[in-house]
Design a protein around this ligand. Structure first.
Ligand SMILES: Cc1cc2nc3c(=O)[nH]c(=O)nc-3n(C[C@H](O)[C@H](O)[C@H](O)COP(=O)(O)OP(=O)(O)OC[C@H]3O[C@@H](n4cnc5c(N)ncnc54)[C@H](O)[C@@H]3O)c2cc1C
Length: 456
């Protein structure tokens, strides 16, 4: 396709696919050959496989994200949410954080807004639950778990204490298992600093609707992981569904009922809903239909990859598509960028083909499970492989150095156990003192109220 001028490439989403595609395009394109714009509500790319370690306090959360403006120096980065795309008109509508939305025209589109949590209409889920896909959620969960220990240690009622110390995770994929295992490991470690708390008082529960966890590894490794978790006192409930979470009261389809102070939803992902506000062709799961060359099927000038795309898996049979994983996202980004450059230069493009190498998962400090190219590792060697693999993969030398520094410090000092829960609402205290309260006459004061007792 000829544009008659340097084409404008619009990349929707600055995650794995978006950032790696832009990085490679920057490197491969000659000056003036094309301009690149990346749009993302966040100013950073999140290295999601490190989120469980960030939640557990092994890594500083800032070190698991990559600032887009710092690495994409020859691209334009727009902080904003793409609301819709009309590829027919080559226009995207963008909502910036402040002010009115605006239209941005482009010549070439790279659609990669990833996925969102796949939820079910369970009563109470929206009010009680939290997902595990972002750095903000990882930070929140760390504070939440530590603040529940603080609250339980000073609670006088047994039921309140029990509820605070009950942590429910729903969904047994690698995100859920790693988050659960790392946070439990961190909480167990923290308990030693609470004379009034015993680690055995905590209740960690995993509920999974199917008959196995970690579908990314073989059934034998999934079973091994269940045994490991159970050995640590974690309850694993397979073939079980949550029916209600109203007010933190958990109701399972097995008939079991209990209260939980923390509910984490990690039961899979679905394509980003923004895709339904585009004129791109979608499959029955809502993913963008892609060719093996990573072009959007039947939409010249549009490319796609990653969690949002139905990319044919050439290593498997007819109709198979690649699964949502960083492993595919990174490799697809490289192929997509190379094909895009080749097309601009009117050279042949090549199909994406990669057989899934396997998975590595960390289950807490010095614990893990790995299955890569058929080689199975457990415990300490698997954990070491997890760290080595992800250190080699995390983008930029700067991030690698920071991650290494965090891990090295952790060899000599134990994890911080402070909950900075007020991060969730830092203005609360100021608001309460700055909001004028109506004067209360002495006769209206509740009996027994004494000076200085705020009750909060
Ligand atoms: C906790 C966790 C652990 C994981 N561990 C592993 C692992 O060990 N191995 C592995 O292979 N995979 C792992 N994954 C999966 C992997 O991270 C994803 O498959 C990968 O991030 C997909 O890349 P992507 O570019 O498609 O989406 P993302 O990386 O999610 O990027 C999507 C980007 O689009 C942006 N965006 C969303 N909506 C809009 C919009 N409307 N407009 C503009 N921008 C938008 C988002 O802000 C985001 O930056 C893990 C995932 C999680 C959550």
């Amino acid at each position: 396709m000829s544009y008659g001028r340097a084409p404008h490439i619009l990349i929707v989403g600055g995650g794995y696919v978006g950032m790696y595609t832009a990085l490679r395009l920057q490197r491969k394109l000659r000056g003036g050959e094309a301009s690149i714009t990346v749009v993302d509500p966040n100013s950073y790319m999140t290295y999601q496989p490190f989120l469980p370690e960030a939640a557990a306090g092994n890594l500083e959360p800032r070190h698991v994200v990559v600032p887009l403006r710092k690495v994409l120096k020859s691209s334009r980065v727009i902080s904003g949410t793409v609301q819709s795309v009309s590829h027919g008109r080559r226009v995207a509508v963008i909502q910036p954080p402040l002010g009115d939305h605006f239209e941005l025209t482009y010549d070439v589109l790279v659609m990669c807004p990833g996925s969102v949590a796949r939820t079910l209409p369970i009563p109470g889920l929206a009010e009680q639950g939290i997902g595990f896909k972002s750095a903000a959620e990882a930070i929140y969960l760390r504070n939440q778990v530590l603040s529940r220990l603080d609250a339980a240690a000073s609670a006088t009622e047994a039921a309140v204490r029990r509820r605070a110390l009950t942590f429910l995770f729903i969904g047994g994929g690698y995100a859920g298992i790693e988050a659960l295992a790392e946070l439990e490991d961190m909480a167990r470690d923290a308990c030693s600093f609470y004379p009034d708390l015993s680690a055995d008082e905590m209740r960690w529960v995993l509920v999974e609707a199917t008959d196995r966890i970690l579908p990314e590894v073989s059934p034998a490794m999934g079973l091994y992981t269940v045994k490991q978790l159970e050995h640590r006192g974690i309850e694993v409930k397979l073939k079980t569904r949550v029916e209600s979470l109203v007010d933190g009261r958990v109701e399972l389809d097995s008939g079991e009922r209990f209260d939980a102070g923390t509910v984490v939803w990690t039961a899979g992902v679905k394509p980003n809903p923004v895709l339904s506000r585009t004129d791109l062709p979608l499959d029955e799961q809502g993913r963008v239909r892609a060719t093996a060359f990573l072009q959007v099927d039947g939409a010249p000038g549009a490319w796609t990859a990653g969690d949002c795309a139905a990319v044919p898996d050439l290593t498997k049979g007819e109709g198979a598509t690649t699964g949502p994983s960083a492993q595919h996202a990174v490799r697809q980004a490289a192929r997509l960028a190379d094909n895009l450059v080749a097309e601009l230069r009117k050279r042949p493009i090549r199909p994406y083909e990669h057989s899934y190498a396997g998975s590595v998962a960390s289950l807490g400090l010095h614990k893990g499970v790995a299955e890569v190219y058929g080689v199975r590792l457990r415990g300490w060697p698997a954990w070491l492989m997890h760290r080595t693999y992800h250190l080699s993969r995390v983008p930029t030398v700067n991030r690698k150095a920071r991650v290494m520094a965090d891990w090295t410090l952790a060899l000599f000092f134990r994890r911080e156990i402070v909950s900075l829960g007020s991060f969730a609402d830092p203005r609360r205290e100021f608001r309460s003192v700055a909001t004028p309260t109506p004067a209360v006459s002495a006769s209206a004061a509740p009996s027994g109220a004494s000076e200085g007792s705020s009750g909060s």
